[in-house]
Design a protein around this ligand. Structure first.
Ligand SMILES: [Zn+2]
Length: 299
């Protein structure tokens, strides 16, 4: 296991350091406060990566994670610090479908976990089973649980009016995030699941609007004072640029793949790793330009 840790994590850290040396990553040593005044509380489930899901950058938000995205005493400690020390105004509880906390076998767990690790005297009169349940806090309904966490945190709004507490649920299968308004009316997660197709249709309308706004945004940015033909011409140029960048990346990858091992070692500092780590750097700024091209093709 130690080898695995070295291979994955420390080698990963070497790559990170190399990127820093090459100026491809920046370690921002000044900012302790996130870019947006937002804290996201989510589950420790590895399928949830808030930076991916919301396309955020490191340093954009505070993220707290635990099993089941629950407001526990320790979570509350961090939330209070975020609000009163770092002026965070938005708290997002991001729950998810298919949460492992709905599948815990308490009897099995009770057999495995040494009793000495449970805090003593949680509540007077609780039997061992109830005490362990109280400790791990499993739940049977993801949706209900999010609502409970929200209800608890909303008590903070009495003391801090500007605080906004938001609930969301993430579908690990599709990557969609559903806002509170879409599941508020449902009592149980099963009711929500039954309506998922209808809800998804609405989401897709929203998605189309988003898609259109992306296209308009890009057209407008080019269109000030120009005729339509010129705009079309600019779009064509942008598309050509994408093709050009893609070709360049392809060439880089092919030439890199052709290097033999010793050449790779010699060129480690400048060539070998660069094509790997340049890909997102080149590609991401082009995403907004590329999407309208798809929408044009769909007509
Ligand atoms: Zn979970």
């Amino acid at each position: 296991m130690i080898d695995v840790i070295n291979d994955i994590f420390f080698n990963g850290n070497f790559k990170y350091r190399l990127k820093i040396l090459k100026g491809l990553e920046i370690v921002d040593q000044n900012e302790k406060i996130p870019k947006y005044p937002v804290l996201i509380l989510t589950c420790m489930d590895p399928r949830i990566d808030v930076h991916k899901i919301f396309q955020l950058d490191p340093g954009d938000v505070f993220v707290l994670r635990n099993a089941g995205n629950l407001v526990t005493s320790d979570t509350l400690r961090s939330i209070l610090l975020a609000i009163y020390q770092y002026n965070i105004n938005y708290i997002i509880i991001l729950g998810h479908l298919d949460c492992g906390m709905t599948k815990i076998n308490m009897l099995e767990l009770r057999k495995k976990v040494p009793y000495e690790f449970y805090p003593q005297g949680l509540r007077e009169g609780l039997d061992l089973f109830s005490e362990i349940k109280e400790f791990f806090k499993p739940f049977i309904d993801e949706l209900k649980s999010i609502k409970q966490q929200l209800a608890y945190l909303k008590r903070l709004q009495v003391h801090k009016k500007e605080l906004i507490i938001i609930g969301m649920i993430y579908d690990v299968e599709t990557g969609w995030v559903f806002e509170y308004e879409r599941f508020e009316e449902f009592v149980h997660v099963q009711d929500f699941r039954k309506q998922l197709n209808t809800i998804l249709k609405e989401k897709k309308f929203q998605f189309d609007d988003f898609f259109e706004s992306l296209k308009d945004g890009i057209v407008n940015s080019h269109e000030s004072g120009k005729k339509k033909e010129e705009t079309v011409q600019l779009k064509k140029q942008e598309e050509d640029k994408i093709i050009h960048v893609d070709e360049k990346m392809k060439d880089n990858i092919i030439s890199n793949a052709n290097l033999n091992i010793s050449e790779r070692d010699d060129k480690l500092d400048t060539q070998t790793i660069l094509p790997d780590i340049q890909l997102p750097k080149i590609h991401f700024p082009r995403v907004k330009i590329y999407i309208p091209k798809i929408s044009i093709n769909r007509r």
